[in-house]
Ligand binder design. Sequence first.
Ligand SMILES: Cc1ncc(C[n+]2csc(CCOP(=O)(O)OP(=O)(O)O)c2C)c(N)n1
Ligand SMILES: [Mg+2]
Length: 549
Amino acid sequence: MTDQSTTVGRYLVERLKQIGIGHVFGVPGDYVLTFMDRIIESGIEFVGTCNELNAAYAADAYGRVNGIGALCVTYGVGSFSALNGVAGAFAEQVPLVVISGGPRMALRRPSMLLHHSVGDLGALTKVYENVTVATVVLSDPAQAPDQIDAALAACLVQKRPVAIEIPVDVVDHPCRAPGPFAPPAPAGSDPDSLDEALDEIMALMAEAERPAILAGIELHRFGLLESFDDLVDKSGLPVASNLLAKTVISERHPQAIGVYEGAMSRPEVRRVVEDADLLLCLGAWMSDIDLGIYTARLDERRMVNANSGRVRIHHHFYAPIALGDLVRGLAARMPAGGLRHGPFVPAAKALDATTAIEPETQVSVKWLFSRVNELIGDDAIVIADAGDALFAAADLVMHRDVGFLGQAFYLSIGYTLPATLGAQLAAPTRRIMTFIGDGAIQMTVQEFSTIARHQLNPIVFVLNNGGYTAERLIHEGPYNDIQGWQNYRLPELFGGGWGVRVTTQGEFEAAVEKALAFTGGPSLIEIMLDPLDSSDQLKRLCAELAPKR
Ligand SMILES: Cc1ncc(C[n+]2csc(CCOP(=O)(O)OP(=O)(O)O)c2C)c(N)n1
Ligand SMILES: [Mg+2]
């Protein structure tokens, strides 16, 4: 007789605990209520959000900080609502477990029209297959443990979302008990390919006069920050990062030069990266944003690119090569004293300036971020939304790794307010500062209430420039206007924290002083900006994106 000592629902929550899930975000529905009971009895905290899109964003940010995140929603209406958030996690390689309830197996017959479905019960799976690395329906309790383990392994190895649908009548069905969780072995390297690639890279590095490193997000996703730090220290080389990968290294590190994003970058960062006679790109993917909308002047003949399990040197490839093996291999081969390199300016030195405060002058974007740079503490996490906030935040100097979160590739506006909830629950002792536009906040504003409900104390800066400025600068039209909100009154409406509207630098100073001292709930500082004021980065980007006549 095979072991039947637990149930499918309990098996799944036990596995979630074993892989490090402490919170699950979601919204209930009749298809998922009994599974939610299993979550609650397990000791995992269920965090109710106002809608499922926000649950996905919150779980995504939780996953970026914690290493893995999870959401739990009802069938159809819940899963479809969450989809955009899951797609963002897929695009930016965030490990996320999407659990949904499902109709009873006993009712799944072609003639049945079941509520929350689109009619065809296969439709949801077909849609989710495009934004996950595994989508499973636990239709057979005997198979469910293996399906769960395989899906979670795919999530952990590939660092991308998986979807698990658990039908109502399967939740409490007996199944075998979970053993200890064996984390899946990371994808390995071919030893000969690795050796040869290391030899070739080291020979190129030894010849180069101005080598530099461009650091990408895979260093974070694959848990390589310590190994990378070691390589950076031993090499002595300047390090820039992509915007998505901002803070894979502390930006106070003496070799960290800041974010590279083509023409959007500061000129001194651009010079080091584009003039490098050998650019070692580690775990970096080059999205159009990372390339400053193709304004980047990077020459393949002077690049080594290691990502997605392979190494490309000029125009040839080595594979399979795990990024971790390459990073550790390079560190081990670095000559004592490091490599020769060209001149560079550390980000901390380039950007540390005292910002003059003129109490009566209106706050501008440039002034704001220069001032915020001085306010960032060691434990800060900055979360920046995909309007001007994201671009302006690129040049903040963050002290610690994992100090910056933003959807720098997928760019879905509204991500950051739910992300603030998720990140703060994953990192309760860190001070979160979130920068969100007046347009973006209208997308996901309800989650301010969940932040207040849990008495979390991030500081949310709402950049109110009277609409969609990023779009205005690309192409103006009446669609870029929005209904003006009194955002500073949200804490009053949602019953927690406090808010204030500021226009001048003096008002900003008073507000931020109060917010930094306040720990009883969220602070919301609404900053009134000129509609056409923007960061230098955005001005450069919009000039590139404007329709060419
Ligand atoms: C979900 C989603 N819808 C639409 C867009 C297109 N979009 C990009 S930026 C932007 C305007 C954002 O406005 P706001 O948050 O006020 O920031 P601002 O541009 O004013 O800095 C829009 C609508 C998007 N990126 N994501
Ligand atoms: Mg705006």
